[in-house]
Design a protein around this ligand. Structure first.
Ligand code: NAP
Length: 497
């Protein structure tokens, strides 16, 4: 490790991303008196994925009282599962309330970050060619920032309109159009019921069915919102109840699936009953029933997705697509579908880093993960990449609400940064030994998760990557994760003099 030197950076901390993670990082730094930070975001506003994803029907699929910062509870949610526009407004309000905007360089896409071991500084390069130095780098680029375009032959030849969920063209009118939707993940199942009444005909192209739970959604009455405005902390009570339910029904069910398979089996039953009560046609019900275990891929909540298939103007197509033609879709069985509009709700490149990260001796992080499998220390740092904090990195996503992850990862990163700043230490890093121990523990624990179950075969899940690993979710409960992070804070890092 290099020794202290005096070269001053442009900023103490650089943050990538002005979504909820990046905003939290700014707030937490300010709380610790670190005001010299910059946030880069390629968009022209805050909100990250909630700014990009404004497709029809966009709504959070985790109850909003939980899907929000614990330190900035929001009394304004109009319903239990708030519409996307309210999430975006919440991000904007937070940025104003905490004075974050002045730190953000909007319209600035980061293309690379390089660590210089001789100066202990990161140099961040932007698409415009600017180079900015910072002592610490907190990357809050999010998992849902790089949309995945499906590898479908002929897609570029389609002469109709292509709409993408992560960059919806709101000027385009779907009224009276013949439409096909590719993708039946959490996004697709929100778009499909919303547009079905508007279009002339809708064909839903399903490759893998999704487990869908009933959505206990309801408006939050005005009197309750008034109470929350007067005493915001009262929201901690429903939050605690929801968090506990999620921890038991989802996190423990997923993480300890080997020991407690009844939890995911029970969730499957709930989903099947929901499907049965909502879809009249037996054949369609069978097609909509997943052939893999619950939670192998991300389930979702909806009350209006299944009933869409009772409509006369909606078809479910499960034949595989052989190519996109100029006028529509050709299927493997030789049949054709003529359409005006193709909607791609085909997800994100969850594991891709959206910019190059080079550590000591120019070591490239993406290539390292390619050749050595994905790893990190505590889901946040990587040896060989000092002063870098991924919020989150491999094995870093905690629990089922992204806000659990943000709260734990970003707070931890800022605590380590603050300790280094306070002690005047120019370089902080997790050691190889600690990382090896952590990664071995995570990989061992993954063997008990639902992802290691043979029931995940054929689920096409992003929870299992091309290397056969499951480095997305941290395979421990939220409580265990929080405990481990506290321990790591005390003994997990090496601070250079
Ligand atoms: P996703 O879950 O990855 O789903 C993508 C869909 O596109 C899948 O059905 C996939 O089929 C299909 N697909 C991809 N390529 C295809 C191809 N070549 N041919 C046919 N089908 C293809 O993506 P998403 O629905 O955008 O959701 C991503 C994540 O966003 C979710 O898991 C969730 O974490 C988050 N999300 C959250 C909310 C919220 O309210 N909080 C709302 C929406 C989304 P296969 O399954 O066969 O691959």
């Amino acid at each position: 490790m290099a020794t202290a030197n005096i070269q001053q950076p442009d900023h103490t901390v650089a943050i990538v991303g002005a979504g909820f993670g990046g905003l939290a990082a700014g707030i937490k730094l300010q709380e610790r008196g670190i005001d010299d930070y910059v946030i880069f975001d390629r968009n022209d506003d805050v909100g990250g994925t909630w700014l990009a994803n404004r497709y029809p029907g966009v709504e959070v699929d985790i109850p909003s009282v939980t899907y929000s910062y614990k330190f900035a509870l929001n009394p304004e949610w109009s319903q239990v599962f708030a519409p996307g526009a309210e999430l975006l407004q919440y991000a904007r309000d937070i940025a104003e309330r905490y004075g974050i905007r002045k730190h953000i360089r909007f319209g600035t896409r980061v293309t690379a970050a390089d660590f210089d071991d001789s100066t202990d500084l990161w140099t961040i390069t932007t698409a415009a060619g600017d180079r900015v130095t910072a002592r610490f780098l907190i990357s809050c680029h999010g998992a849902l920032s790089t949309p995945a375009t499906p590898d479908l032959p002929g897609l570029e030849n389609f002469s109709g309109k292509v709409l993408r969920s992560a960059s919806w063209d709101h000027d385009y009118d779907l009224t009276g159009k013949k439409v096909a939707v590719i993708g039946t993940g959490a996004t697709g199942i929100q778009i499909i019921p919303t547009i079905a009444p508007q279009v002339q005909h809708l064909t839903v192209l399903q490759r893998t069915a999704i487990w869908v739970l009933p959505k206990p959604n309801a408006p939050i009455p005005g009197f309750l919102r008034n109470i929350y405005r007067a005493i915001p902390k009262l929201q901690l009570l429903p939050r605690f109840l929801i968090d506990s339910t999620f921890e038991i029904a989802e996190t423990i069910g997923v993480v300890h699936n080997k020991q407690l398979p009844a939890i995911t089996r029970g969730m499957e039953k709930l989903c099947r009953r929901h499907l049965h009560s909502q879809v009249k046609d037996k054949r369609i019900r069978e097609q909509l029933t997943p052939h893999y275990g619950y939670a192998c891929k991300r389930p979702s909540f909806s009350n209006d997705y299944f009933p869409t298939f009772n409509r006369d103007n909606v078809d479910l197509e499960t034949e595989s697509i052989s190519q996109i033609t100029s006028t529509g879709i050709e299927f493997a069985d030789g049949s054709n579908l003529a359409i005006d509009t193709l909607i791609l709700a085909t997800g994100f490149k969850i594991f891709d880093l959206p910019y190059e990260i080079s550590g000591i001796d120019g070591q490239d992080l993406a290539k390292t993960w390619d050749s050595e499998r994905m790893y990190s220390y505590e889901g946040i740092t990587v040896p060989g990449f000092p002063n870098l904090f991924l919020a989150p990195g491999p094995y870093g996503v905690i629990g089922f609400s992204w806000f659990d992850t943000i709260e734990l990862c970003v707070t931890h990163a800022v605590q380590v940064v603050a300790k280094a700043v306070k002690s005047g230490s120019p370089q902080v890093s997790a050691t190889d030994e600690q990382t090896t121990e952590f990664v071995e523990k995570m990989r061992k624990k993954v063997r008990s998760t639902v992802f290691a179950s043979p029931r995940c075969a054929g689920s096409n899940t992003y929870y299992i990557n091309a290397q056969g690993d499951s480095p997305y979710l941290r395979p421990t409960t939220r409580i265990e994760s929080a405990r481990s992070l506290r321990k790591a804070l005390k003994e997990g890092y090496e601070y250079s003099a």
